[in-house]
Design a protein around this ligand. Structure first.
Ligand SMILES: *[C@@H]1O[C@H](CO)[C@@H](O)[C@H](O)[C@H]1NC(C)=O
Ligand SMILES: *[C@@H]1O[C@H](CO)[C@@H](O)[C@H](O)[C@H]1NC(C)=O
Ligand SMILES: *[C@@H]1O[C@H](CO)[C@@H](O)[C@H](O)[C@H]1NC(C)=O
Ligand SMILES: *[C@@H]1O[C@H](CO)[C@@H](O)[C@H](O)[C@H]1NC(C)=O
Length: 514
């Protein structure tokens, strides 16, 4: 028996909980999202819990006998149909993105509820669960399973929380400091940014209250029954929130104790490379540049002008370029560029000949680069990527390219700079040390908290009071009004009094002069 398994069994013994039944619903058909969820479902099943996982990307590992997977990969068509990678592009306003994500999400949620195998579970009155783990990308619809099965729910995200999630669990969210993962203002906001951030904060509250939450509520009712509490109340009842964040990179902020920051969940020990990829890397004379835009942005969909610039720049590099390109054929491919439809990114980044990772800076790719100590050239395209780039920059591990106005010369200069200047790699090593200096790994934390929630049947005892007071109390608007009124009243009274005294004095003076 491996020592790791022994250790797990030991904790299992100490924690003294029986085998639980856990329902996981991981909705978003995005490879990078699922990559952080899979290890958690797997780890819980290896602890002896009976895990049912509803996912568009099943692990399909027959040795995981306690893990049952329900495949919802039909939802990939929905995300493609809505053009996720286009509407999330950085030219669009955050309000537009949020509305589009919700619209896409409603369809995904309905498709999942329509899944026959899943229906057989949630319509079966005999089904019992001890814990629900549901993805919260931005919509809380699946949290309603908690009420259906009378089991506590943990929300999980493969990135940070969006403004609505922070609000629901009771985290202070002043728009003066923390904008939002899709708005990418952070830390020291300028006056203009604070205006935009404040307007967005107000807009999001109205949008959630009047549009999004009522719609999520109606979808949950349609499938789970009309006796549910209101969706906003269900969301506030969440027992814990697993966010893929690390305070070193995710601006430090006050959070309630049930927010569990996890990181490096999906990063594994390096595995041997496929022989052909290995040969390509090892036959390079001056090292390798690895280029991938991740799983949500397809290289073939990047603007023609940008693709031209990239190819022209790659052509003049002294390195070999390994490019994850989703088609067989790349017209005009330079000789030093090698394309593959799919590449084992984590393992490639572990190869000592890889010098630079040219990336869109999605969170999962960023974590892999940090773990393998490979410095970055970042070209953010969508979603939270712009924000990730901003957080990495002060650590001196990245050169940032704006794809809207970049030139061949700038790209070449940036890539060679990162490849040849040792400071970037040294800084990456420092950053890795900082991020990994934690008492438990992300996966251990996730398992511990899941079992904590099961043991105590939720975390009512840790619920923040901010969740239960109305917003005008939270912002002390009622107190402010009373104070202002008091001051106003005092001033008015004083003026009256002064006037009165003045009048009396002038009257007296008049009487005297008569
Ligand atoms: C499945 O769970 C049981 C306990 O419920 C445990 O004894 C067994 O080792 C688990 N199997 C795997 C492959 O995790
Ligand atoms: C969805 O899953 C089925 C069954 O595993 C598989 O045959 C099919 O190719 C998958 N489709 C996509 C789009 O991944
Ligand atoms: C919140 O959870 C508790 C159990 O932990 C449950 O009794 C209650 O009905 C839930 N309330 C809402 C609004 O979901
Ligand atoms: C592109 O625009 C950004 C501002 O949006 C600017 O900081 C940067 O220097 C520009 N880059 C080039 C190559 O013009």
């Amino acid at each position: 028996m491996s020592t790791k398994l022994c250790f797990l069994l030991l904790i299992f013994y100490i924690s003294g909980i029986r085998c639980a039944r856990i329902l996981c619903v991981f909705q978003m058909p995005a490879v990078s999202h699922q990559a952080t969820f899979q290890p958690i479902a797997k780890a819980l099943s290896l602890r002896g819990h009976e895990v049912i996982s509803v996912t568009p990307r099943p692990i399909n590992d027959p040795t995981l006998t306690n893990l049952t997977e329900i495949n919802t990969n039909k939802t990939y068509d929905i995300i493609l149909g809505h053009g996720f990678e286009f509407f999330m592009s950085k030219e669009n306003t955050v309000q537009y993105k949020i509305q589009k994500i919700f619209a896409m999400y409603y369809e995904i949620a309905e498709a999942i509820f329509e899944n026959k195998e899943f229906k057989a579970i949630y319509q079966n009155p005999q089904e019992k669960f001890d814990l629900i783990i549901a993805q919260i990308y931005i919509s809380p619809t699946m949290f309603a399973l908690s009420n259906k099965f009378d089991a506590p729910v943990i929300g999980i995200s493969s990135m940070g929380g969006w403004i609505g999630t922070h609000y629901a669990i009771g985290n202070p969210n002043p728009p003066s400091l923390y904008s939002e993962m899709f708005l990418h203002y952070n830390g020291d906001l300028t006056f203009y940014e604070r205006i935009k951030s404040t307007l967005y904060f107000i807009w999001s509250r109205f949008y959630l209250h009047f549009v999004a939450i009522p719609k999520c509520d109606s979808i949950a009712r349609k499938y789970l029954g009309d006796d549910l509490p209101y969706m906003a109340d269900i969301e506030r009842n969440v027992s814990a929130l697993f966010l893929n964040i690390n305070p070193v990179l995710y601006t430090p902020r006050p959070m309630v104790p049930t927010v569990v920051p996890l990181s490096f969940i999906h990063v594994n020990k390096p595995k041997p490379l496929p022989q052909d990829v290995k040969n390509e890397i090892e036959s390079s004379e001056n090292g390798v540049v690895y280029f991938s835009l991740g799983s949500n942005v397809k290289s073939m969909n990047i603007p023609e002008r940008v693709r031209r610039i990239l190819m022209d720049a790659f052509k003049e590099l002294p390195y070999k370029v390994l490019w994850k390109f989703e088609k067989e054929f790349l017209p005009g491919k330079p000789d030093n560029v090698v394309i593959r439809k799919w590449l084992p990114q984590q393992d490639i980044l572990a190869h000592p000949k890889v010098k630079v990772f040219v990336t869109q800076c999605g969170l999962q790719s960023t974590e892999e680069a940090i773990d393998r100590e490979i410095p970055l050239v970042g070209i953010p395209f969508i979603a939270d990527q712009e924000l990730n780039v901003k957080k990495l920059k002060p650590h001196g591990v990245i050169r940032v390219i704006d794809y809207l106005n970049t030139t061949k010369e700038e790209l070449i200069e940036a890539i060679i700079d990162v490849a040849e200047n040792p400071i970037y790699k040294e800084n990456m090593k420092k950053l890795k040390k900082l991020l990994k200096d934690e008492p438990m790994t992300g996966l251990e934390k996730a398992v511990w908290w899941a079992e904590y929630v099961i043991r105590h049947k939720g975390t009512r005892h840790l619920r923040s009071p901010t969740v239960d007071i109305p917003w005008y109390q939270y912002f002390l608007l009622d107190v402010l009004v009373v104070i202002l009124l008091t001051i106003l009243l005092t001033v008015v009274l004083l003026i009256r009094l002064l006037n009165c005294i003045k009048n009396k004095l002038t009257k007296k003076a008049k009487i005297k002069t008569k």
